[in-house]
Design a protein around this ligand. Structure first.
Ligand code: ADP
Length: 203
């Protein structure tokens, strides 16, 4: 069992890599961005609430996001582990995730951040905007605001898990395969260690 936080700025390739990781490690992928887009697409009250923030490139309030994430985790009691993509984005969310996993008798095992510079991000998101149908991908001001929000509100989450010895950084520039291999190298090491610890605890 491994719970992984896939971390990094908007447009850093988290969703792309998550799709490959899910296959290889048999994990449940939870993307809070995808969940919000689903709610917005169905014009639910939650979707309408989220839209007001997402359209400006701001974060949806913690209590809304945490509640939604909580329900999603509880909906998968038999999961062999989770990939959290786009969550946690604030310290409050990280603390809530730790508490939730603890209640389930588990923990966050590892956080891996994809490192991509600002100009590359803007370029990638604009390219994605041409086909994604996402309003927040089309306007450069909104894209730059998302990058600012990431730096101010989200990067502390890296340090939060770094203090627990769980944070890793990989180069997010290169081919999809190369980046995938960088992620797998870390996950395999963490997975081996987790297994050894579990065996030790059994003895
Ligand atoms: P990206 O990684 O390209 O920013 P996401 O799909 O992860 O795209 O998120 C899109 C938007 O959804 C964010 O800009 C934010 O407004 C909202 N959102 C997603 N996850 C969270 C979260 N954990 N907390 C608050 N808002 C979130």
């Amino acid at each position: 069992m491994i719970n992984l936080i896939l971390f990094g700025p908007p447009g850093s390739g988290k969703g792309t890599q998550a799709a490959y990781l899910v296959e290889k490690y048999n994990l449940v992928h939870i993307s809070t961005g995808d969940l919000f887009r689903y709610e917005m697409g169905n014009d639910t009250p939650l979707g309408q609430q989220a839209k007001a923030y997402i359209s400006k490139g701001e974060l949806v309030p913690d209590e809304v996001t945490i509640g939604m994430l909580h329900n999603k985790v509880l909906a998968h009691p038999d999961a062999g582990g989770f990939i959290f993509d786009g969550f946690p984005r604030t310290i409050l969310q990280a603390e809530a995730l730790d508490r939730l996993l603890e209640e389930e008798g588990s923990v966050v095992h590892v956080l891996i951040a994809l490192n991509v510079d600002d100009e590359e991000i803007v370029k990638r998101i604009k390219l994605r905007g041409a086909t994604s149908g996402r309003a927040d991908d089309l306007d450069e001001n909104i894209i730059r605001n998302r990058i600012e929000v990431y730096k101010n509100e989200t990067t502390p989450v890296y340090d939060y898990y770094d203090q627990q010895g769980k944070s890793h950084m990989v180069d997010g520039i290169g081919s999809i395969d190369d980046i995938f291999n960088r992620l797998c190298a870390i996950i395999d090491t963490v997975g081996d260690n987790a297994m050894l610890t579990a065996q030790e605890e059994k003895k």
